[in-house]
Each structure stands twice: as structure tokens, then as C-alpha cells.
Design a protein around this ligand. Structure first.
Ligand code: PA5
Length: 460
């Protein structure tokens, strides 16, 4: 009934999405100089057809894949925010936790893969360097050759402090090690008129370059070279990923809210917030390798919809606070709050319907009744029973919850889900009349931090 009463808003938002798809224009989204700025994320899955990309960009990704496979020993992807979070999702789904402990054969010739630059943490960065140096030592001793490391530096703006400070530290240390050969790949804004710092460095040093297309904000870039360079280096199925996103895009073209997953999700979440005061969204996938998806979504929701002013400049302070959770882990920590705490949350579940290599819990201690009782059940089924029980318990106490169900955890369904979520925040931006494509609040601390760093340098 709430959705039916919402009729006009749905139509208007859908019209705005059609205009965005066709022209890249979304009302009220302006550049810093007050000019309309394009929003082109919905074109990214059509990488082969352009106009944003082209068959050549796909070919370049294939070339990258071939050039790292059976040649590069380790890749370090350096980036933060939108230049990291989506990449981590692709990595986790494809590689899992133990990728770097596997042999090259088990990795199908693909290199070890590390992330850096998503913090300015000296301990972690030192550990990474030490680890790479240890690997280089072993390679030299056993195979009498140097260790090849590729640093993929990803920054749309081209000068983000977190990314660049890590890059300089890691680059410097590895370059000084005679057992390591370092190569650099840059992923940045391709604009040649006003090149980013990273672009200029890539030109000066002759580093291979990939592009973050204009009109695609950081948190929407997983379908561009930002995410796809990672995909290429780990053997992730790029074609299937983009096909999933395109199929979801088709589904989201329907003007019937009951058939358009992004519009329906956005409408339900908006109503939950505005009518029922559910101002927190807990993103709770069931499956360890989906936790990073929850973290990716946190950025998408927080930066897109957490806005003080609407498009006319009225103060609205809109946006649910996103929370990362993981089932079943956080049923043992957060669920008490979800079940009985303030009535201010929507718990959003994600489940995987069919697990590859599901495991049956064996009857190893038949004499222990409690353990014998759970034997014979697969872990995947037990996980789903836990999730359903959580959902039923929440629903029985007026606690809002919802479910996204992935038939399988693979590139195609991941493409569908990530694209649907991106489209959903675009719809919700229209419902709430806020610009879902800027992030003015992120600038506030940056204005303070720049001079503070200069002060610090002057003192040293
Ligand atoms: O969504 C965003 O715009 C941000 O999270 C950026 O992705 C993040 O700040 C990294 O920026 P850049 O890619 O310019 O280094």
C-alpha cells in the first residue's frame, strides 16, 4: 500500500533515470563551477560498445591478463575508497582468503595479489614490503632469478594522499632491492588537457595507463578499468561480470516497480526511512567472502545519500547510516541490538542459494547427541537455516529486514547485484531529491588536513 501511494514519485524518478541513461544528465548534479556534470555509470557495463569504452579497452585488459600470467610474481593494487572497495569484492569472490599461499599452478599462473594504500598504516605497509622481500629472497635462492612485482596505482584524481604515500614507500623499498624488478601501471583520469599528477607521472616514466572515465564517480567504478584491471590479474570472468550488469540494467528499465529491482529496493528503503524512521541500514551477507561487498555498499550508500542539503539547497540531512555485518558471525554480536534495540534499522540480508563444494557436517562424535543431531546437514543449508531464523525472529518483533538472493556466488550474479545497488541509490537520490553523485562532505576534512601536513613538514 505504501508503494502504491508513492505512484507519482516513482514515475518521476524513473523518467530521470531514462534521461540519465540517454543523455548522462541528472537534474541538480553540477560540477564545482556550477555546470551540469555527466553521470555515466550506467554505460560502464557496455564496455565493448562504447561510447565510454570500446573494444580496444577490452583488448587492453586481455593484454594485461596475458602479460601478468606466468610472468609477474606479485601484483600490489594501490587505491582507496572507490579505487579499492570494488576491487576487494572481485578479489574475495574469485580468490578467497588463501590465494597468496597457493602455488602458481594452483593459481592457474596468475600472480599473488595484495592491496595497499587503503590506509596510511606504517605497520601493515612494512609487513607488505617484508613479505615481498622474503618472497624475492626465496625466488632468488631456488630459481636463481629476480622477483617481478607490478604496482597498479589507482587514483581517479591522481594524487590521493593515502594511495600516493603508500605507493612512494613501497616503490622506494622495492626499487632498492636488487632481487626485485618493479613495474608500475597507472589507472587514472585520462584527461590530457589537465593531466592528474598520476597521469603526468605515467607519461614521464612511460608507465602503461588505464582510464577512469569522466562522469563515473569513484564508488561507481567497479565496472571500469578500476575494477577490471584487478579482474584481469586474477582471472576473474570480466565478460560474465559485465553481462550480469547489463542484464540487470535491462531489468531496471521497466517502469513497473514490481518488475524493476532497483526501483523497488530504493522505494522500500526510502519508505522505511521516511515513513517508519528506519534510519540505519545493516548490510548483512551470509558468507565470509561477501563481507567486502558489504563494505563496498557502505561507501555507496554513505557517499551517495548522506547529504545535508537537497537539490534546491534546503537543509534535509538525509541518508541511512550504513553498518557492516556478517552472518553468522554478527548474530553473536550485533543481533541482540537488531532484535531489541531502537526501532531504527533495516537489516538487509544477502544469501547464496547454491554453494560450490558444499560440505556435509560429518557424524564424528556419535556419542555426543547435540553434535550427532546436526550431522548429515550441509554447511550451506545450516547457514541458510541460521539466516532464515534470524529473519523470522526480526520480523516477529516488527524489525524490518529484506533479502537479496544470489543463485550462485559467481561473476554474473555479482555483476547483477552490484549494478542493481548502484542503480538503487540513483533512484533513491531522486526520491529524496538529493544529489547522489557528489560528496561535498568529504572535502571538509581535506581542507583542514592539507595545511596541517604542511605544518608538520615545516617542523621536521
Ligand atoms: O567515491 C569517491 O569518490 C571516493 O571514495 C574516492 O574513490 C576515493 O577518495 C579515492 O579517490 P581517487 O580515486 O581520486 O584516489
Amino acid at each position: 500500500a505504501d508503494i502504491e501511494a508513492f505512484g507519482e514519485k516513482l514515475k518521476e524518478a524513473h523518467k530521470a533515470m531514462n534521461v540519465m541513461r540517454e543523455t548522462g544528465v541528472i537534474k541538480g548534479h553540477l560540477s564545482k563551477d556550477g555546470e551540469p556534470e555527466k553521470v555515466l555509470f550506467s554505460q560502464c557495463p557496455y564496455i565493448q560498445e562504447g561510447p565510454l569504452n570500446s573494444p580496444e579497452s577490452m583488448k587492453r585488459l586481455q593484454d594485461l591478463r596475458e602479460s601478468v600470467r606466468n610472468r609477474v610474481d606479485a601484483v600490489v593494487s594501490l587505491g582507496i575508497g572507490g579505487s579499492y572497495l570494488g576491487n576487494k569484492v572481485l578479489f574475495d569472490i574469485q580468490c578467497g582468503e588463501f590465494w597468496n599461499s597457493k602455488s602458481t599452478e594452483e593459481r592457474n599462473g596468475y600472480p599473488k595479489f595484495y592491496f595497499s594504500g587503503n590506509n596510511i598504516d606504517p605497520r601493515r605497509t612494512k609487513d607488505l614490503i617484508d613479505n615481498l622481500e622474503d618472497c624475492a629472497e626465496i625466488t632468488k635462492t631456488h630459481y636463481k632469478r629476480n622477483y617481478k612485482v607490478m604496482l597498479i596505482v589507482i587514483s581517479k584524481s591522481g594524487g590521493t594522499l593515502d594511495t600516493m604515500s603508500n605507493f612512494m614507500v613501497v616503490y622506494d623499498a622495492l626499487k632498492k632491492n636488487p632481487q626485485i624488478e618493479v613495474e608500475v601501471v597507472a589507472v587514472t583520469d585520462p584527461n590530457l588537457e589537465k593531466p592528474t599528477l598520476l597521469k603526468q607521472m605515467a607519461i614521464d616514466h612511460n608507465w602503461p595507463q588505464f582510464s577512469v572515465p569522466d562522469g563515473v564517480g569513484g564508488r561507481f567504478t567497479v565496472f571500469t578499468d578500476v575494477g577490471l584491471t584487478t579482474a584481469a590479474c586474477i582471472g576473474f570472468d570480466i565478460d560474465e561480470f559485465l553481462r550480469g550488469a547489463r542484464d540487470m540494467d535491462e531489468a531496471c528499465k521497466s517502469d513497473n516497480v514490481w518488475e524493476n529491482p532497483a526501483m523497488l529496493n530504493a522505494a522500500l528503503k526510502y519508505i522505511a526511512s521516511e515513513k517508519y524512521g528506519r534510519h540505519i541500514e545493516v548490510m548483512m551477507p551470509y558468507g565470509d567472502y561477501l563481507e567486502s561487498l558489504s563494505m563496498w555498499y557502505i561507501q555507496l550508500l554513505a557517499e551517495s545519500l548522506g547529504k545535508q542539503f537537497d537539490k534546491e539547497g534546503n537543509e534535509v540531512c538525509y541518508g541511512r547510516t550504513p553498518v557492516v555485518a556478517l552472518g553468522t558471525r554478527d548474530m553473536h554480536s550485533q543481533t541482540q541490538q537488531h532484535q531489541e534495540g531502537m526501532l531504527d534499522k533495516v537489516v538487509q540480508f544477502i544469501r547464496v542459494e547454491k554453494w560450490e563444494n558444499d560440505l556435509v557436517i560429518p557424524n564424528v562424535f556419535p556419542e555426543v547427541k547435540k553434535l550427532a543431531d546436526i550431522s548429515g546437514v550441509t554447511m550451506g543449508d545450516a547457514l541458510e537455516v541460521a539466516r532464515q531464523s534470524n529473519a523470522d525472529a526480526l520480523a516477529s518483533n516488527k524489525r524490518f529486514n529484506a533479502l537479496f538472493s544470489l543463485p550462485e556466488m559467481n561473476a554474473y550474479h555479482l555483476g547483477e547485484l552490484l549494478y542493481m545497488l548502484a542503480m538503487s541509490v540513483a533512484y533513491e537520490g531522486e526520491f529524496a531529491n538529493v544529489d547522489a553523485f557528489d560528496q561535498p562532505g568529504v572535502e571538509a576534512y581535506k581542507r583542514i588536513m592539507g595545511p596541517k601536513l604542511q605544518e608538520l613538514k615545516a617542523k621536521q
